[in-house]
Design a protein around this ligand. Sequence first.
Ligand code: SAH
Ligand code: SF4
Ligand code: F3S
Length: 449
Amino acid sequence: MKFHIMTFGCQMNVHDSQWLTAALESRGWEQAPEEEAQVYILNTCSVREKPEQKVYTELGRIGVYLKRDPNIFAAVGGCVGQQVGKAFFSRFPFVKLVFGTDGIANAPNALESLAEGAEERIALLDFVDVYLEREVPQDASRVEHATRQAFVNIMQGCDNFCTYCVVPYTRGRQKSRHPELVVEECRKLVQAGVREITLLGQNVNSYGLDKGGVGVTFAQLLHMVAEIPGLDRLRFTTSHPKDIAPEVIRAFGELDNLCPSLHLPMQAGSDDVLRRMGRKYDCKRYLDIVKSLREARPDLSLTTDLIVAFPGEAEKDFQQTLEMVEQVGFESSFSFKYSDRPGVAAVKMTPKVAPDVAADRLLRLQNLQNDITRKCLKKRVGTEDNVLVEGKSRKQEDEGVYWRGRDSAGRVVNFRFDEGVDLEGMMVPVRIVVAKKHSLVGERTGEPW
Ligand code: SAH
Ligand code: SF4
Ligand code: F3S
């Protein structure tokens, strides 16, 4: 069977799609371009209205291929799959499988029996209350081979119920994975050539604090993974400020291969808004965490998520967000206009901020962020670091051959390397010579390794 997979949303979805691809390929299925596929898989995101709408647009578009082949069918998985469930069957009759974020473990088998015509429609929407281990595809690390970067799940779900967030409803309760299984998967990946691992969870700082916990904290897990010989880079995402333990902060100063970057969603810079968001920290606590992090690792690069125009956000609240962004000096941030999601508590909160005011705030925030990003990147000029190469640069600066990769903090670095060597997956020592708007240009200073 030829399948085409489309992925929306966060790194967890990207990772889930990689796994599903490998699991189908180990059954002899083949990835195909959109025009040739027999099965379409949409791994969807529901965190804001826009990515949810995109799912319907895409399904409408795919429906046109029924003219080419009336037997094609689609599967909708991920967060919108979980949320909308069987309603997809009536709205788009060519959707034959819906699977949720726990149900994905059985999606490869379900797709197989649908393709064989053994079943008409399948819904995999049940939540489980322990972390569901997934089959290990024959060539599990294949996807990660080229760039030598891999994601590893350490947990699933979220128990925080921030008042704007749909994730606890789409991904269920927090379920930690057994630490030995996490370490074993990481070890196998490193043995297969992976150099950089990102540990994934909705809220990694509360790892081990649910029923699946066995007394190993997130800080201990970080140490266990960092000790794997041959692992050059370790990252993790996402961290909730309220749960970050002093041991995790200290780990940034203790573990050489723990990368000097942290994504620490702040969401807002007004204590009043933070309270109504149900975030359970205030600005003072956030700034204290930042201070300890920088004491542990002075070169730490901080990034964040921000929501503007949360219900009830006044201009003065928004001003406080701008002030906090400036004060912390985030290297970059993802910022969003608040968007009502089905079933979340903030739907009922008023007054809603007018769309033009929200758009204006987002623009002002992003302008400020661009200035700060530029300043942070400028500071990198003259410093040296290793770049893990991801591929050739799209843009050629001049006649030379340019490669693109990421420095230890995850910043994009382009550099010239004319010798006809394939650098993908290699570390190349560089000195930063130019700061662009969103990336850096480096000059190679040593041999690739
Ligand atoms: N802990 C999660 C958060 C997932 S949602 C993680 O893995 O990162 C990612 C970001 O989307 C959140 O940090 C928040 O800034 C934003 N977001 C979530 N719900 C939103 C909503 N209803 N409207 C606008 N932005 C939202
Ligand atoms: Fe989107 Fe959140 Fe689901 Fe990720 S977990 S796909 S960000 S709704
Ligand atoms: Fe969402 Fe808050 Fe959990 S942002 S994923 S409810 S930590």
